[in-house]
Design a protein around this ligand. Structure first.
Ligand SMILES: [Zn+2]
Length: 447
């Protein structure tokens, strides 16, 4: 009773903050920006960039020596020449220089926290305006999939909406402030999933928000039961979306997937359009792709972003461990937003083959072609040139399945890597309810 009252207050309060008249106006302004001529969009970008750089010089001791009397048109060049690339370790090591007013949050500001799934957790001070802007950008992406406020939505992510030990429905919470059905991903198991599928069918949402791994798990249950849901669009985020996941999800759960890429530091935001292309949102932040030496590259490099909207603690040229590459050309959707290749996983989780070269997770999915009786899998690098393929087997799993898997690895992925199959009862999610399909556990001297 108390728990459900707490949820009412939490979601009611969130709706007041995020879904008000102002946030709707912001969203429509952003929708208008999608139709700007390229030159007008660039002008806007340069003005926003200069504003962030000036705010950083004013608020953060790290930049205090920099003169900020450059024009908006000069801002990109000034950024490259005067502002060094920083990353998470820089923030952790020099808090006095990179946090405003001595690292104390003001009452009207909010804390933003990284999950810490890879490395140390980090907190950022966010302005209220940036919190509202974030929602407006997310909602602009929703319009790309035909979803608008007021329609019904469901979500299947890390929300704690039912106690994990609960064995009787409901395994969900109805947030009436947003017509939102929040399902507990911790109950995606043999005993509870039928009730979840029934509830989704009854609720008939216009869209589903999910992690790729939770949507994939649900799609697997649907496939095994021969039940099909056709939720018009699935908005996925927070983890890389692999081709094998996309295929099964589209077949059993939602025919259209639109992925979104963002992070707690909020220095880059990329969204998948109707044509499957991933667009950097150039009115969200200023994005560079830089090689290991910090030079711009046309090849794969680190995503480095400069905030436009969090002026409380402006992160400038903040390097993420995610990697991508610019994709030249113009998308058929007509938006003047640059395209990137889909973002590969965290560098910390990148794995290498027998010759030490990186192996793309998309290539890794070939190993599972035609292999049956696997409920869940994870590929871990345990040492240079050594992989452990962890499987939660399904009924009917036999040595033939693991032999096929190992043969696929040799023939389709990497002939020289030493791979072995290990069976597990469970492959747990992280504390945030996410799942890392590819992990690198090999001790390394540098990265
Ligand atoms: Zn497009």
């Amino acid at each position: 009773m108390l728990a459900s009252l707490r949820k009412e207050v939490l979601y009611g309060g969130r709706a007041l903050l995020r879904d008000n008249y102002l946030s709707r106006r912001l969203m429509w302004r952003l929708v208008g920006q999608e139709r700007l001529a390229p030159e007008a969009l660039q002008d806007l970008q340069h003005r926003l960039l200069r504003r962030s750089m000036q705010a950083a010089v004013a608020a953060l001791p790290y930049y205090r020596h920099i003169r900020s009397d450059f024009s908006a048109a000069e801002a990109p060049q000034a950024l490259r020449e005067l502002f060094p690339v920083i990353d998470k370790p820089t923030l952790l090591q020099q808090p006095a220089a990179l946090y405003p007013h001595g690292g104390r949050k003001r009452v009207w500001e909010a804390w933003g926290k990284t999950s810490g799934t890879t490395g140390s957790p980090l907190t950022i001070i966010r302005s209220m305006a940036s919190v509202q802007m974030e929602q407006a950008f997310i909602k602009r992406h929703w319009t790309w999939g035909g979803f608008h406020d007021g329609m019904r939505r469901a979500s299947l992510r890390g929300d704690l909406v039912a106690a994990p030990e609960r064995r009787q429905p409901p395994f969900w919470f109805y947030n009436r402030y947003n017509q939102q059905l929040l399902l507990s991903s911790r109950h995606l198991n043999e005993a509870c999933v039928d009730a979840i599928i029934d509830e989704l069918e009854r609720f008939a949402p216009a869209m589903l928000q999910a992690y790729p791994s939770t949507a994939y798990t649900l799609a697997q249950f649907l496939q095994r039961r021969g039940r099909r849901l056709r939720i018009p669009v699935l908005f996925s985020a927070s983890e890389p979306l692999y081709p094998h996941q996309q295929e099964l999800i589209e077949q059993w759960l939602a025919p259209k997937i639109m992925d979104m890429y963002g992070m707690a530091e909020r220095v880059a935001f990329a969204t998948q359009c109707e044509h499957g292309e991933t667009h950097i949102n150039p009115d969200y932040s200023y994005v560079e792709i830089l090689d290991e030496q910090g030079r711009p590259t046309e090849d794969y490099g680190h995503i480095v972003g400069t905030t436009f909207h969090n002026l409380s603690q402006p992160l400038l040229r903040y390097r993420l461990s995610d990697r991508s590459r610019w994709k030249p050309g113009q998308c058929r959707c007509g938006r003047p937003f640059p395209m990137i290749e889909s973002v590969t996983g965290k560098l910390e989780d990148a794995i290498t083959g027998g010759d030490g070269a990186f192996v793309s997770p998309s290539v890794l999915t070939f190993a599972f072609k035609g292999v049956q009786h696997i409920r869940k899998s994870q590929v871990a690098q345990t040492a240079p040139g050594q992989w452990e393929i962890r499987l939660v087997p399904d009924a009917g799993f036999s040595a033939a399945d693991s032999e096929l898997l190992l043969r696929n690895i040799r023939e389709l992925v990497d002939a020289t890597v030493q791979a072995r199959v290990v069976l597990r009862d469970e492959l747990p999610n992280t504390a945030a309810g996410k799942f890392r399909w590819v992990v690198n556990e090999s001790p390394r001297s540098s990265f």
